[in-house]
Design a protein around this ligand. Structure first.
Ligand code: HEC
Ligand code: HEC
Ligand code: HEC
Ligand code: HEC
Ligand code: HEC
Length: 443
């Protein structure tokens, strides 16, 4: 009988598994430590160790900003920031303000394995409002997990990438609302009103950010659909950190096709009018998303006339601050904070309002719906008759003006400024040639 055969092979397999990675059950203390997972889940542990989740309590920009925030608010910030950047340290009472993160045991730092795998309820979907199991059970997406003495295994729709509900578990942290009610990171909110949250065509956060492949989920286990835990996106580890090379490769891979571009040339007064269109067909939320107040996405256009290249917009020097709204000819996407008096500020706890220029995600697949087209365009006048126009799109994970505030306050080492990369979105580059393309568009 096929069922019997199946059960028999499962039993054989269990025995070899126990031989392979330990019979011991693990106590709750050890289950908090990602190092105790590595023996049986080496690939998951390796990928996670190079992620921003592992880095969240070590990120020098985070540490600097939390330090400055605690000082300038005389501690009123409390555990607001660490609730998401060191959730297990907060839940176990090891920290209340994050000022001591560097002294805490490594097992408590960052968004650790159990910070996700023991989530059993999500309250409000922002500000880290999560509840965790405390019985050593790991929640995940496996069908019929092989039993292990190390921990119980239970399937939960909050931790299964094919379930749209799993986005809530991510969203609890990937959505930040300040105590004054200002929503400053809205990745979950953006996703929840996008096409990707639609029950039929939907894709969860993990559905896009955790690429699947076929391999054992535990050492010597059966082949499963397993999911990459590196979750590279935009942000980078600025310090010596495991897997930084892989992280850079992952970022380049994912950014490559994220936005699509179009460049159109039409006659203009004393030259040509060039219109650039940016679209976000790929991201399940706005682009940029998350910490958009720190992020800088901009277009660079250079025109060549008679062999002489002239920068038209966005030609910043290395190390120069890229800032929305200055100069007016620049197109910098992202967000800006203002305080109650309307003055622009860089730090979240000073913010009273936020203005954003972002690329919205797809919200409908219906071409007759006016919301179907959600791209953004801007035009520039290029004098004379250029023979060549080049377009590139660049992205800085954290703007240098934000780092400068933290360096000036003495909270961040100036070396962070030199370490901050600028990425080119490879797939977004375009070249228009008068001889080849004439008055018209390239995309
Ligand atoms: C002694 C070996 C062992 C150790 C140590 C271990 N696991 Fe597992 N784990 C397993 C086995 C075996 C499975 C089931 C694999 C399968 O069925 O393919 C599993 C399954 C899982 C699952 C999937 C659960 C589900 O229902 O979908 C998660 C999540 C998980 N482990 C997380 C962890 C974490 C986090 C740690 C460290 C705190 C850890 N494991 C430590 C052996 C281990
Ligand atoms: C307990 C809070 C928490 C949960 C739950 C959580 N994250 Fe995160 N995530 C963070 C924090 C904090 C960072 C940023 C760390 C840093 O940059 O210092 C982050 C970073 C990321 C990044 C990298 C962002 C970038 O700009 O490079 C991605 C991608 C990501 N998370 C996806 C997910 C997905 C998908 C889920 C759900 C499966 C999830 N996260 C669940 C807190 C969380
Ligand atoms: C940001 C949240 C998050 C963190 C942190 C995290 N995981 Fe996962 N993990 C997931 C999600 C979501 C899935 C489920 C994917 C699915 O089944 O669709 C998963 C799946 C798994 C599985 C089942 C096999 C698979 O790949 O689907 C194992 C085992 C696992 N994780 C182990 C770990 C270990 C060990 C750590 C820490 C070193 C860890 N995870 C950290 C979110 C996380
Ligand atoms: C349809 C696929 C898709 C879905 C669904 C999706 N993302 Fe993304 N996400 C992307 C792409 C593409 C990017 C940009 C490329 C990159 O950097 O990885 C991105 C970027 C990010 C970033 C980096 C921030 C930035 O400025 O771009 C974070 C953080 C993130 N996603 C978290 C999430 C969370 C949390 C969810 C669920 C609420 C989610 N994503 C759902 C595709 C997706
Ligand atoms: C609700 C959970 C949550 C809270 C609260 C939170 N963060 Fe974050 N933080 C995140 C997530 C998620 C990311 C990654 C998002 C992304 O890359 O777009 C992040 C990224 C960051 C980054 C690195 C990325 C960047 O571009 O700046 C810094 C620095 C940071 N947070 C500082 C803080 C500080 C300081 C506070 C308190 C004022 C705070 N965070 C509060 C979840 C949170």
């Amino acid at each position: 009988m096929p069922l019997g055969v199946h059960l028999a092979s499962r039993t054989v397999f269990l025995v070899s598994l126990l031989g392979g990675c330990g019979r011991e059950s693990i106590d709750l203390e050890a289950l908090r430590d990602p190092a105790s997972c590595a023996g049986c889940h080496p690939e998951h542990a390796r990928a996670w160790a190079g992620s921003m989740h592992a880095h969240a309590s070590d990120d020098p920009v985070f540490l600097a900003m939390n330090r400055l925030g605690q000082r300038t608010t005389s501690g009123a910030l409390g555990d607001f920031c660490v609730r998401c950047h060191a959730p297990v340290a907060v839940a176990t009472g090891a920290t209340s303000d994050g000022l001591d993160l560097e002294q805490l045991p490594r097992a408590l730092r960052g968004v650790t394995c159990i910070a996700c795998h023991q989530i059993d309820a999500v309250g409000e979907i922002h500000n880290g409002d999560l509840a965790w199991t405390d019985d050593g059970t790991m929640l995940g997406g496996l069908q019929h997990p092989v039993s292990t003495p190390a921990h119980g295994s239970t399937r939960s729709s909050l931790l299964t990438s094919v379930a749209l509900e799993s986005s809530k578990a991510c969203g609890a942290c990937h959505d930040v609302v300040l105590p004054n009610g200002l929503a400053i990171e809205q990745t979950f909110a953006e996703w929840s009103t996008s096409l990707f949250a639609h029950p039929e065509i939907g894709l969860s956060c993990a559905g896009c950010h955790m690429i699947g492949s076929d391999a054992p989920a535990a050492l010597h286990g059966p082949t499963r659909r397993v999911h990459d835990h590196a979750m590279a996106a935009v942000d980078v580890a600025l310090t010596q950190w495991p897997g930084v090379e892989d992280q850079r490769r992952g970022i380049a891979r994912d950014l490559k096709g994220t936005i699509s571009t179009k460049l159109c040339v039409a006659p203009g007064a004393g030259g040509v009018e060039v219109t650039i269109t940016l679209d976000n067909p790929q991201a399940g939320h706005a682009f940029p998303s998350g910490t958009t107040h720190a992020r800088r996405l901009w277009v660079e256009m250079v025109a060549e006339t008679g062999g002489v290249a002239t920068p038209i917009t966005g030609a910043y020097q290395a190390g120069e601050v890229v800032h929305a709204g200055a100069p007016a000819s620049a197109w910098v996407l992202g967000s800006r904070f203002r305080d109650a008096s309307g003055t622009e500020v860089q730090l979240p706890w000073l913010a009273a309002t936020i203005e954003s220029d972002l690329l919205a995600p797809s919200v409908t697949a219906d071409r007759t719906d006016p919301r179907f087209y959600h791209s953004k365009s801007r035009s520039w006048l290029v004098p004379g008759s250029p023979e060549r126009i080049r377009l590139a799109v660049h992205l800085q994970p954290i703007g240098l003006d934000v780092l400068d505030v933290l360096i000036a306050s003495g909270d961040l080492s100036p070396s962070a400024r030199d370490a901050m990369p600028t990425f080119d979105l490879e797939g977004a580059s375009l070249e228009w040639l008068a001889a080849r393309d004439g008055l018209g568009c390239v995309q």
